[in-house]
Design a protein around this ligand. Sequence first.
Ligand SMILES: [Fe+2]
Ligand SMILES: [Fe+2]
Length: 168
Amino acid sequence: MDNPVALIDGLLEDHANIVRDVEGLEQACSDATALTHLSQADKDFSPGRLNKAEGLKKLQDIVTKCQAGVAEHFTKEETALLEVFKKHGNEDQMLQFHTLLKQHHELKERFAEAKNRADQLASGEILTGNWNAAANDLLTYMNKTRKLIEEHASTEHFLFRALRNDLS
Ligand SMILES: [Fe+2]
Ligand SMILES: [Fe+2]
């Protein structure tokens, strides 16, 4: 990496965007809980049900966007930023960074699971009686995921800022 300070600044900027996108995802989940069950027949034949299909499509799109954004950001931390830490970080900073990198796996899995659940809600295959519970479960799941992402980003913020200060 030619410019480690610019790399760190870019990653810190990503954090604000990621948190904002995940908040949008949580809102889309919340909106989805207001939609009622959507059967395949509804999607295919009933124009009045179009809003539900649209709401669920939006949810799927936002999940996909968040999943891709988080994956790309994590990859930069795991490759280019890791090199910066190896080169410039002290032992304690390295240790903290490794602990953070280990959290990426769980966070990525949470987005994959959210994507599965959003796809299932949109599939029309969930039984009417289970639909609202499934939508509510996804909302709770995203609420927890947002908190985990925020914690992860805020811990990184302090560590990355400290390394950045040592570099400039
Ligand atoms: Fe990270
Ligand atoms: Fe990060």
